[in-house]
Design a protein around this ligand. Structure first.
Ligand code: HEC
Length: 192
């Protein structure tokens, strides 16, 4: 019985170490991730609003399909991290989650079901990936009624739906409601 307890404790230790967000280094990395994503989200939102005001949703599709990945690439290069967006129901298959991201997205869904507000939902962890230690961070992206449902809701205008069908034949990102978790920002940062 005692041996069993000790074994359980030993097994628990690595899990505690990797999930700890309470060291100053971890706290710092989380803060830096939040700041980078805040800038990413603000830039994207600005571009999206601009395109919607100027050319309507059809033109704004281009912002999402070209500008979003471009900002992600620029930010990734600038920081030497991998930065992107992902979802359990991706529109672009390139944004499909890897195993770790899928687990975190599923956990976000459980946390939402338990009553947590997706607006402040985040998760940080240090994991080993291909033999290297990496810091990984995700922040949930909630669905707002406007403008998100224009292109991610249940009643998408036929011309917008047709344009989306053409660009994204494997689109899963429809049928969302305001307040749903649309997906998450995701960061992978190599550690020394
Ligand atoms: C004008 C149409 C349009 C609007 C409005 C829009 N999106 Fe999108 N969204 C897209 C397109 C197109 C993609 C695919 C982007 C790509 O190819 O990477 C996308 C992709 C995404 C992704 C990446 C994951 C995936 O599904 O591929 C997230 C997250 C996302 N949108 C969230 C939102 C949120 C939140 C809002 C509201 C603030 C919003 N979108 C508004 C068209 C739109």
């Amino acid at each position: 019985m005692k041996k069993h307890l000790i074994a359980m404790l030993l097994c628990a230790i690595p899990a505690i170490q990797v999930a700890a967000a309470d060291t100053p280094e971890m706290e710092q990395r989380i803060k830096e991730s939040r700041a980078v994503l805040k800038a990413f989200a603000a830039e994207l939102k600005g571009e999206l609003k601009n395109a919607l005001d100027k050319g309507g949703p059809l033109q704004a599709i281009t912002v999402c399909s070209t500008v979003a990945p471009t900002i992600a690439r620029e930010q990734s290069r600038k920081h030497g991290w991998q930065i992107g967006r992902t979802s359990l129901k991706p529109r672009n298959p390139d944004n499909a989650p890897d195993d770790w991201e899928k687990k975190v997205l599923e956990r976000f869904e459980s946390r939402k079901s338990a009553g947590e507000n997706p607006r402040r939902m985040e998760h940080a962890e240090i994991i080993e990936q291909n033999g290297k230690r990496v810091f990984r961070y995700m922040k949930a992206i909630p669905t707002a009624e406007k403008p998100c449902l224009l292109c991610h809701g249940s009643h998408i205008e036929p011309d917008i739906a047709a344009a989306l069908d053409k660009l994204y034949p494997k689109d899963q990102a429809r049928g969302f409601k305001a307040g749903d978790i649309r997906g998450a920002f995701t960061i992978t940062r190599p550690l020394p």
